[in-house]
Design a protein around this ligand. Structure first.
Ligand SMILES: *[C@@H]1O[C@H](CO)[C@@H](O)[C@H](O)[C@H]1NC(C)=O
Length: 203
């Protein structure tokens, strides 16, 4: 009984996920494999995170897109046409996925339609033909900052650990010496007491 219940739940969940994947995004209109999200004032943040798996044509032109989220178009095996013109492509790190994707397309018209709107020194350049090194060098990513910050904190942490270890070793040595001294003096005391006792008995 329990097993059947689990199975039912799994099937329902699976169907839900499947339906979610294949549903038409709310901001777009879908008909016969054509997913039209053009002229919706879409920014990259407001862009649907997925499109129906059977999308053949995806219209994203005439929006406010600055980049495409990495991997957005990868799970669309039937995709044949994408329109991307009339957007605000920003040619920094975030444009690299779009560049890679464009380079894999065989449509010169499409490639010619996607150009940088900013930064000023890249304005008008075709996204597909941007120099990857140049784009990478222009990006000061927070990930980089985070990596440097974590390296520095790791270094500080190690230094503190080494200092603590040194202090512990120092105190252990000192303690050892003190106990040695104490033991020796106790031993000496006992010896002298014994000597006194012996002397008393003799006399
Ligand atoms: C390129 O842009 C023009 C409008 O500027 C549009 O009519 C055409 O369909 C676009 N072509 C592609 C392949 O996106």
């Amino acid at each position: 009984m329990r097993r059947v219940l689990v199975l039912v739940v799994l099937v329902v969940l699976g169907a839900d996920v499947y339906a979610a994947q294949d549903a038409c995004p709310q901001v777009c209109s879908c008909r016969a494999g054509v997913v039209d999200c053009s002229a919706r004032g879409l920014t990259t943040d407001k862009l649907p995170s997925s499109f129906p798996t059977d999308t053949i044509e995806l219209r994203l032109h005439d929006n406010l897109l600055t980049s495409l989220p990495a991997g957005l178009l990868d799970p669309l095996p039937a995709l044949e046409r994408v329109s991307l013109h009339e957007n605000h492509w920003t040619c920094d790190c975030a444009v690299l996925y779009l560049r890679e994707w464009l380079l894999k397309q065989h449509s010169n018209a499409l490639i010619r339609n996607v150009s940088c709107a900013s930064p000023p020194n890249q304005q008008g350049r075709l996204v597909a033909y941007l120099d990857e090194e140049e784009v990478l060098s222009s990006c000061h990513s927070w990930l980089c900052d985070l990596a440097i910050a974590s390296q520095i904190s790791l270094f500080v942490f190690i230094v503190v650990q080494v200092l603590l270890l040194a202090a512990v070793i120092h105190f252990l040595r000192r303690f050892d010496r003190l106990t040695c001294d104490a033991r020796r003096s106790v031993h000496n005391d006992e010896a002298s007491e014994e000597a006194v006792l012996l002397k008393d008995r003799d006399s």
